[in-house]
Every structure is written in C-alpha cells, then in structure tokens.
Design a protein around this ligand. Sequence first.
Ligand code: HSE
Length: 399
Amino acid sequence: MKAAVMGYGTIGSGVVEILEKNKDSIKNKAGEPIEVKYVLDIRDFSGDPIADKIVKDYSIIAQDPEISIVVETMGGVEPAYTFVKAMLEAGKHVATSNKALVADKGAELIALAREKQVNFLFEASVGGGIPIIRPINSCLTGDVIEEITGILNGTTNYMMTQMAEEGLEFDDVLKDAQAKGYAEKDPTADIEGHDACRKIAILTSLVCGQQVDFSDIHTEGITKISATDIKYAKAMGYAIKLLATSKKVGDTYMAMVAPHLLPVSHPLYTVNDVFNAIYVRGNMLGPAMFYGSGAGKLPTASAVVADMVDMAKHVDKNILLQWRPEKLELRDAGQGESIFFVRTNDAKEKVQEIFGDVKFVEIPEIGGEFGFITPVIKEEEFYKKIENVTTLSIIRVAE
Ligand code: HSE
C-alpha cells in the first residue's frame, strides 16, 4: 500500500519514522506493508532519506493511482483544506493531525469522504497520542455522552504546573516553555485557549453528531493567572488548570474553555506537565478517563499511523462518522452555573451584601486584599453582581 505525507515538519517526519521503525508490526496489523512514496513539502531536505521522495506539487499525489493513503500534517486551514479536498475527490483516504482543519471543515470533509467511499480520520487532532476520537466514535456509541472535561493543551498545562511548582510569574514560565520548545514563538493559540477551544469543538461535534462552531464557545486563556493566584490556590489545596468542558443540557450542549481551581478530589487534579487527560461521562458507562501524551512528535504521529492502519483495513469501506453540517446552537454559557473565586481589595461587608454567604480566604503574607468563594451562581448573575466589586482576579472553581 502506497502512502504520501503532506508536510514534513515535526509530526510528518514522526509518521515517516514510525512507519520505518515499526514496519513489521504495522505490516502485520494492516495486512500489508505501508510504504511512503511521496513527501510533499516546499523544502528539499537534501541528505534526508526521504529527499528523493519530495514533491512540491500536490496534484502529483492526487493524480497517482498507486497512492491510496494520504497523511496531512501541515497545520492550518489553508492550503491544507484545498489539498485534502483534492485527495478525497481523487478517491484517496486521508488521515490528519490538523485540529484547525478538522474544527473548521470536519463536517464537509467527512461527507466528501463518504460520497467517495473513502475515509477521513483525525485521531491525532485531539489529545495527540491519546485515543479519544475512536473511543467516542466506536467504543462509547452505546452511551449518550453527558460530559467531556479535558486538559487538552499540553503547553498551558506545563505552564500551570511550573507556576505551581516554582512560584514563578506567567511571563517567566512562558519564556521557559518557549526555551524548552513546549510553547511556540507566537504562543497566542495555546495561552489564549484557542487550541483547546478547537479541540473541545471537535469532541462536542462528534458526541452530538453535528457541527459545533468553535467561535460559539466561550473561551478564556491563562494569561491573567498570576503567582499570587497560585499562592491562594495552594493555600486552599487547589490546583489551577485550563479546562475545556462540554456538558449536555437538554437537547444541546454547553461548552467552555477557562482556567479552573481544582480540588484534590477532582479526577484531573494530578494531570501535570505536558500531559493531557480527558474525563468522559456517559449516561450508561458513568465516568471514564483517557490520559497520556497530548502533544509531541512521536505520540501524535503514532495516532496518525493508527489511522493509516485503520484505513488499510477499510480500504474499500467508508467508516460511518456522524458529524452533520447543520450547526448545533450551543446553550449560552451565561445560563450555566459556576462557583467563582474572586480576589478583591474591597470591603468584606460589601461582598457579603452583594453575594450573600461567601467563604473568605486570607493569606497572612498577602496584605491589602482577600479572596472569597461564591456559592453556586448563574454565570450572567455573577457577572452582573461583580460589576459592583473591585476585582484583582476571577477564577472558576471546579467541583
Ligand atoms: N500546542 C498544542 C498543545 C499541541 O500544547 O497541546 C498539540 O495540539
């Protein structure tokens, strides 16, 4: 079976490496060898073993009848979308690690793959090497999924862990993460929560079977978390994590990406460093947890290769994926209920007057301010009330 890899960056080169390193095992599992015939990239890679496989024109791959499987590891919506569409139209199976492409064009590409009786698979687009797309699409189909709560971004989880362990400020931890290659030069997508937002949009689309627009999801990043917030969190026995959540509410879902304070009893409390974890609650199964390497070359490439093997096993068959293009209207996040931790230098009496029965938190070495935790409160009601309080920090508390 001949394959092509579009994009020879970190993940694409990982795919080539795994296909070579695990050649015999992959051959056994796929039923025949999978061999890379082309690598599409604008660079030459002279001296690299794949140098003679480099092509610069995607139509060479699309027009080659020998190619049955194409991997897309370029990232971004364009030109990946144009190339992937051309491959599916040419009757080739496509595996991608590209969450931006899947979140934006997933429904359309799944429909096209079905029309052409090929497969468009994207296990690596959420949770890197952690199996989560396939479990949702096959293992958990006996359930109605009532909740997905995940730590879906390794960069920010590393940063939150470092802030907690080293007591450092956000900017210092970001520089460290960039120096170690965990954060990109432009870290916006990770630290503003956009990456986690696309991932929870993909998972929610799969559990509800229709399009969830990531732009509809209330998203807050970690940029406002400070070393002082971490001190309060520690004093209360909490960890701060960027959570991406999706909860079933009636016939729809309510989704959100935001930093949360997690108690020790929370299933995601111990997920540290670059690791990801996804808590899934089904109406029959109850809770399940998926944990592992959510990013990185070989873990992510491993999920892409697993998709390739699945395609080899279903070479003449489209695996049904339910993700209709009709948009799901998510429940407005303002209608949800949360518990909030607030730091303020206002008067305690005023806080009590506005919020009623709150729990105050004071740290002796931090003068001139205090924290308080609200009871469960409707989000829009909280934001209306908090307008009357001077706030230094606001973080939701997970139960
Ligand atoms: N920047 C992403 C992360 C890469 O840190 O999780 C994997 O999608």
